[in-house]
Design a protein around this ligand. Structure first.
Ligand code: ARG
Length: 410
């Protein structure tokens, strides 16, 4: 099923009805099915006047609180069509061999200690660090539509996005990630009880119809062509998206259709956010598109790190708006360092602590130099073993609170 509601470069600004399920003052509840009555509170007592602990509008305002993922118990997904579509045939051997098992234990141990160190550095820089629960991802599960095992809670960026005072759990698109939200529920409940707005996007069925079972994956050239036509392994059967396919810049949010994010999902987001936000659909030359932050990383007002290997087809629009697009230097990761789920471009997947400080890989000297030439102080940290399971600093985090207000930069 194909829908062509959105076009590249288009701005989605849908007049959504405000979802006033819960206003700040009163809740309207149906009593005995017919009579409506106003009550002051239902459920846990919340001080509605208190400031929400969740609040962030962009990727660079001063960071107060962040969720950092956990490598613990991370499992390798099986080589299903959706996994094939984001990896190169050279990586498949690994998935064939380890699919459904833990990632190599020695490697995970090193990842755990590197991420601990990253958390310490963040604390040292004045940021409150929160962690998801530890979950056993090797447990098999079955829904009426599919069977799978889990993957991990390593990349909060993929599943959680904060827009204003609202925290949204993405529906996800991989079967191995269907239950990933469970690791974050303690945090979500706490944030909600302290006044945040908490939303989960519609859970997909993830039945076979969501995946193009015949999606051609053997040749990279063919995939370039397919992605340029907007054809990905996920169909338009139902909305799906990963939160990391959205990049926040105040009133403007940039999104890419990808192997895990369909147009139906982007439209859900646009309609959900309503007229206060504009979602711009961007397209890149990327045969494995999944998560925009290794391709187009906005690091300041009007300042974007772009991936020279994945040009943006709408870059003129940014130049016209006076934005500065800076090409990421070539990554320094050696060829023999395993990156099981991504490219080397995690080098540009940095986390801004504020407009003047960036957390960047200690070994990526050219990237460090680039930031310094932009007047941004690099805070070097080494998470190379953590990179191997699928992400850089931006992926490993979700900013919960940044000090700033909703503005327009575009
Ligand atoms: N797909 C990107 C690449 O291979 C990596 C993006 C990772 N981002 C994330 N939020 N997990 O370069």
């Amino acid at each position: 099923m194909k829908r062509a509601l959105l076009t590249y470069g288009s701005v989605i600004q849908l007049q959504a009805r405000q979802n006033v399920i819960a206003s700040r003052s009163k809740l309207v509840v149906a009593v005995q099915g017919t009579r409506k009555q106003h009550v002051d509170t239902v459920g846990p007592k919340v001080d509605r006047q208190k400031k929400s602990p969740v609040c962030s509008y962009n990727e660079w305002d001063p960071l107060d609180e962040v969720i950092v993922g956990r490598p613990d118990n991370a499992c390798v997904p099986s080589l299903t069509p959706e996994v094939k579509a984001i990896s190169s045939p050279q990586q498949w051997e690994f998935f064939r061999k380890f699919g459904g098992q833990f990632f190599p234990q020695e490697h995970l141990k090193k990842a755990v200690s590197q991420i601990e160190e990253m958390c310490n550095v963040l604390r040292h820089e004045g940021v409150t660090v929160r962690r998801p629960d530890i979950v056993d991802w090797s447990k098999a599960y079955e829904t009426p539509d599919f069977k799978s095992k889990g993957m991990y809670a390593a990349m909060p960026r993929d599943i959680l996005i904060v827009i204003g005072e609202e925290i949204i759990e993405a529906p996800m698109a991989w079967r191995s990630r269907f239950f990933e939200y469970r690791a974050y529920r303690s945090l979500m409940k706490e944030y909600f009880q302290a006044g945040a707005k908490w939303t989960t996007a519609p859970k997909p069925l993830m039945s076979d119809e969501l995946y193009d079972q015949n999606y051609p994956v053997e040749s990279v050239e063919h995939r370039y062509k397919l992605s340029s036509e907007g054809r990905y392994v996920t169909t338009e059967f139902e909305p799906c998206f990963d939160a990391a396919d959205f990049m926040r810049c105040g009133k403007d949010i940039f999104a890419q259709q990808s192997q895990v994010t369909n147009l139906f999902g982007i439209e859900w987001m646009a309609r959900h956010l309503g007229p206060d936000y504009k979602i711009h659909l961007l397209q890149f030359k990327d045969p494995n598109a999944m998560h925009i932050d290794g391709t187009f990383n906005v690091v300041g007002p009007g300042l974007v790190i772009v991936n020279p290997a994945r040009p943006c087809l709408q870059s003129e629009m940014f130049k016209k708006a006076g934005w500065k697009l800076v090409e990421a230097p070539k990554p320094m990761v050696p060829d023999d360092h395993p990156l099981w789920m991504t490219s080397k471009w995690l080098s540009m997947n940095v986390l801004m602590l504020d407009e003047q400080r960036v957390m960047v890989c200690k070994h990526e000297t050219p990237t460090i130099k680039m930031f310094e030439s932009l007047g941004i102080k690099a805070i070097p940290v080494d998470i190379r073993f953590a990179n191997s399971i699928g992400g850089g600093f931006h992926c490993w985090t979700t900013d919960v609170r940044r000090r700033g207000v909703l503005e327009s930069y575009f």
